[in-house]
Design a protein around this ligand. Sequence first.
Ligand code: EPU
Length: 336
Amino acid sequence: MKIEQNISLKKYNTFGVQVYAKRFVTIHSFYDLQELIKTEKELFLLSGGSNMLLIKDIEKLVAFIDIKGISIDKEDQNSVHVTVNSGENWHEFVLWCISQNYGGLENLSLIPGNVGTCPIQNIGAYGVEVKETITRVECLEISSGKRVHFSNNECDFGYRNSIFKNEAKGKNIITSVSFQLTKSTHKLNTSYGAIETALQEKNITNPTIKDISDAVIAIRKSKLPDPKEIGNCGSFFKNPVIATTQFYTLQKKHPTVPFYKVETQNLYKIPAGWLIEQSGFKGMRFGDAGVHTKQALVLVNHGNATGLEIYQLAQKIQQTVLDKFEIFLEIEVNVI
Ligand code: EPU
């Protein structure tokens, strides 16, 4: 393992902001990591860089997790158990599943980032969350240097949340993720309005997992900026969840407010994109930091914005939404 000095992280974060790592090392295997933590306890872990806003240079040793490989653990007639190393690109893995006719992840097509980070925020889109297919997560425990596993239950998944954002944070390094996928009787989820519309437009009544993946890719491409063209981290904020009384007051004042009723609880999830758009920020630009023109939930770097400029824009949005709607928007990406 070669430790390099003063490496630009611009190409390692999908916001494309320019900050430097004082020291940088690329990790290719579980063994590399085990060796590294014998001498370096304070690591800054970097993977797909698709859920972080870097606002300053990184003092800690940056460990770029580039552990590759996919293996099939077991399979029967209708299911397959696959283990994927954390450095594999998420979307490439999803496309591989579709090419093998393995179902379960098609709604999660085109999400940026790597496999190793998908459990951390329990990635979700178009009616599906990754927790539905994850069977276990393998980690290197930093204190002991040992391989440990978290079952699906132990991951304590929630909306954009898991144990890896809470108790396990900073204590474990995710090295692989195992999934249980379907082989023939796929459990298709086409309930999300935009997917239904996309399939209807193509006259598809009996969709395959590839049809769904294609529909999701088309929807995402039409709404969300491609990080290769405009720096971004997808949704910058979480959709806020509010109590019934607050929801009724909001609805009285703003009868057109979209909402999702949170099942089994007296709570309502409000699309942050709507709140931000109503606050006048959609498509706004402050220097090179901006709000995407087609989805107000996504902050963008038009070229040379600094992390701090994007963060200041986020704070301005938070304050305006709070003043207008009395709702606090929680930032979803990690600000570092
Ligand atoms: N809306 C607006 N203006 C906007 C954006 C949205 O009014 O600029 C309103 C519309 O009424 C729309 C509703 O918000 O119908 C919902 O919008 P959308 O379907 O785009 O979904 P979202 O709630 O804004 C969430 C996820 C996305 C995921 C989509 C689709 C979060 C924080 N975001 O967005 O996830 O792709 O649903 O399932 O839950 C990501 O995490 O990076 C991400 C893109």
